[in-house]
Design a protein around this ligand. Sequence first.
Ligand SMILES: [Zn+2]
Length: 460
Amino acid sequence: MKNIFALAAILFTLNSLAQPYALGEDKYIKEFYNISLSEQQAYKWLDHLCNEIGPRPAGSLNAEQAVSWAEEELKKLDLDSVWLQEVDVPHWVRGTETAKVKEFVKEYELAVTALGGSVGTPADGIFAEVVEVTSFDDLEKLGEDKIKGKIVFYNIPMDPTNISTGFSYGQAGRQRWAGAMEASKFGAVAVLTRSLTLKPDNYPHTGSMSYGDAKVKIPAAALGIQSADFLHEKLQQNKGLKIELVLGCRSLERTTSYNVIGEIKGSEKPEEVVVVGGHLDSWDLGTGAQDDGAGSVQSMEVLYLFKKMNYKPKRTHRVVLFMNEEFGLDGAKAYAQYTKDNNINHVIALESDGGSGTPRGFSIDANMATVEAIREYKPLLSPFGLHEYTKGGSGADINQLKSENTILIGYRPDNQRYFDYHHAYTDRFEIINARELELGAAGMAALLYLLDKYEMKPIH
Ligand SMILES: [Zn+2]
C-alpha cells in the first residue's frame, strides 16, 4: 500500500511540474487579442449602451431597453440559447436635489446628490444646523444632546496612501451605507457624506445606503469633495451654520426586470457550467460606462471571441448580465436561486466589475492549490499584461454562487482611476480607452479558454 501512495505522490508532483499546456498555445491566444483589438466589438457595444440607451438604474425604462438590446445582440452571435430570467427589482427615482449653506444674508450652493435608496425631504426641504464628524466614534461622543434636530456631516476622506484604491473605498464606505442609520439613532434629521473618491473635483458620487434597523428613516446625500472641504472651512468659522437641503428622491413600486443570459453548450461536459458576467444596471448620474457597462460588454465579447475562433468549449460557457447589482444584488440572488433549484453545477464563474483600466490580472476566490494551478498559465498570459494572480475576492454578483465546487474569479484591471468616476456623472463613455477595454475582454477569453481546454478540475 505504501508504495502505491509513494507512486501517486510522484505522479502528482510530475504532473504539477509539467507545462500545463501544449506548444503553440501562445499563438492561439494571441489570436483572441488580434480579433478584439482590431474589431473592437466590446467598445462598439459599449458606445451603444452608454450613448444610445444611457444610464440604467434598476426599474427604469432604460434598464428595460438595455435588457432587450443585450438579448438581441447575443442572439446575433448564434449561441445555442439566449434567454431572459425574471428578477424582481426596486425602483428608486432621484428628483430635484439642492443643498445651500445659509450664512446671515449669504447663500452658497453645494454639489449634492442623494444616496440610492434615500427617502426625500419635505418639498420645501429641511433647514437645520450642521454638525461635522470625522468618525463614527465622534458620533457616539457627541451623542443625542449635540445631534438631535441637526444634519450630520460625515467628512471621512478615502485614505490616499493605500496603493489599492478599493481598500480605501472599503475603509471610508461606512459613512455612505450606514451613516443615516447610525445618525438617526441620535435624532439627526438628515446626513451629508463626503463622496467616496480621491479625485479633487466637485462631482458628487452616489451609491447604495441602508436604513438597517433604524426606526426613523432620514434623508442621506453625498457632497462633492470640494463642497465637503468648503463646508468644513465654513464650519471652522461658524459652528452654528445652517443648511437647507432639498431632496426629491423616492421609492416607487417594485417592478419586474431581467437577467440576460446566453450560452454555448459544452461539447463534452455540457452539465458543467462556466459563467462569465458583469452587471447591466448602473447608477443614474452618468451612463455606467465603467460600472459596469465595461464588464457587461467584455463578458459578451468572451462568447463572441469563442464563436469567431470557432472554439467549441468542452464545458457550457454562459454569459450572464446581472440586473441590479447596485441596489440589492437582486439579479445575482435570483440567478443563484435558479441554480440551486435546478441543481446546476457551476465549476467556474468569472466577473468583470472592477472598471475598464489597463489589465493587471485576476483575483481568485478558491484555495491556494487552485490559485497556484491557475498561476501556471502566467507565462502565456503575462505578455498581455496579466501578471497578478492573487487569492482574494471575485465579484459581488458571482459571489452569490460561492460554494465548495465553484472557482470564483474577478478580472482585475488597474484601479487607480476607478473611484475618480465611480457612481458619478463622469462615469461616461468618454473615459473608456478602447484598447484597455478590449485587452480585458481578450484576457478573460484567454483564461477561460485555457481553463476549459486543459480541464483544470476545481481543487477545493
Ligand atoms: Zn459595479
